[in-house]
Design a protein around this ligand. Structure first.
Ligand code: IPE
Ligand code: IPE
Ligand code: MG
Ligand code: MG
Length: 284
């Protein structure tokens, strides 16, 4: 996993350095190099490896494109008009360092860099399919829709199915895209892609429930982000809707379902299983 993590970081750096606008590149690199876990990129490469036995430079670029989209989403998510957070990955958020205008533009630029990176590789049907999966997962029926619903439901009482729907989009979609795009790049058939989609759906939901539990139980030092963001913004979270104890029970249950779905895949590798376990067992 360490080798994969290092390759992702090196390639992310190189992709962002394509930006010729010095001050913009500085803001883009600040966020990209702030030390994310790279979970979505690693899951994409792990899924690809599970199908074709290895991953190459093209797959790495798709993994980095997904990671760039995730990084842009975090910059925008932290803005004063969104969650208004000052700390991300243990550092001041982009708008705190560069101002709001530059933070918005750095986010925009990371998104466009992601699209350009994938567009440069669209010379085979499987690459085009992988690009479609990533773009649609991050778009107006995917992650952005989830962010919209997250904001529209601030300070409102919602039921558990509405919350699950928000989570499946704002967080789940990029996890699902990681698994599906990785499998597609590996050359998987439709049946395999449908099966691995289930792993992504379960893992994405488990990931966000754990995020809510950690926000209540952990510290800003460990998490690298503030622990009062959800309460301050009167967000609906798994903990506020179900209670902490039920959140923990459901977290165990849904993580177990993710592992069951993973174990049912006709092809998998120890590497993919290790990455999935690292998501489930994460402390930050
Ligand atoms: C944080 O995601 C945003 C959520 C969807 C909760 P990660 O915890 O994967 O963030 P980084 O990339 O490791 O900082
Ligand atoms: C972030 O969700 C999801 C996206 C950026 C798409 P949250 O707002 O719940 O995550 P944190 O707590 O800021 O990381
Ligand atoms: Mg948010
Ligand atoms: Mg937030």
């Amino acid at each position: 996993m360490k080798a994969m993590y290092d390759k992702i970081n090196a390639r992310l750096q190189a992709l962002v350095q394509n930006c010729q606008e010095t001050s913009l590149q500085e803001a883009m690199l600040y966020s990209v190099n702030a030390g994310g876990k790279r979970l979505r990129a690693m899951l994409l490469l792990g899924a690809c490896e599970a199908v074709k036995g290895s991953y190459d430079e093209v797959d790495l670029d798709f993994a980095c494109a997904l990671e760039l989209i995730h990084n842009y989403s975090l910059i925008h998510d932290d803005l004063p008009c969104m969650d208004n957070d000052d700390l991300r990955r243990g550092k001041p958020t982009s708008h705190k360092v560069f101002g709001e205008a530059m933070a918005i533009l750095a986010g925009d630029a990371l998104l466009n860099r992601a699209f350009e990176t994938m567009a440069n590789l669209c010379d085979s049907p499987q690459n085009i399919k992988a690009m479609r999966v990533i773009i649609s997962a991050s778009g107006d029926n995917g992650m952005i829709a989830g962010q919209v619903q997250d904001i529209l439901n601030e300070n409102k009482k919602i039921d558990s199915s509405t919350l699950s729907n928000i989570y499946s989009k704002k967080t789940g979609k990029l996890f699902v895209a990681a698994f599906m795009a990785g499998a597609l790049l590996g050359g998987a058939d439709e049946k395999y892609v449908a099966a691995i989609e289930q792993v992504g759906m379960k893992l994405g939901l488990a990931f966000q429930i754990l995020d809510d539990i950690l926000e209540v139980e952990s510290t800003a030092e460990i998490l690298g982000k503030s622990t009062d963001s959800d309460s301050r913004n009167q967000k609906n979270t798994y903990v506020s809707v179900h209670g902490l104890e039920a959140a923990k029970v459901d977290y165990q249950q849904i993580s177990a379902e993710a592992l069951t779905a993973l174990n049912k895949l006709p092809q998998k590798t120890d590497s993919l299983c290790d990455i999935v376990l690292s998501v489930i067992k994460r402390k930050m």
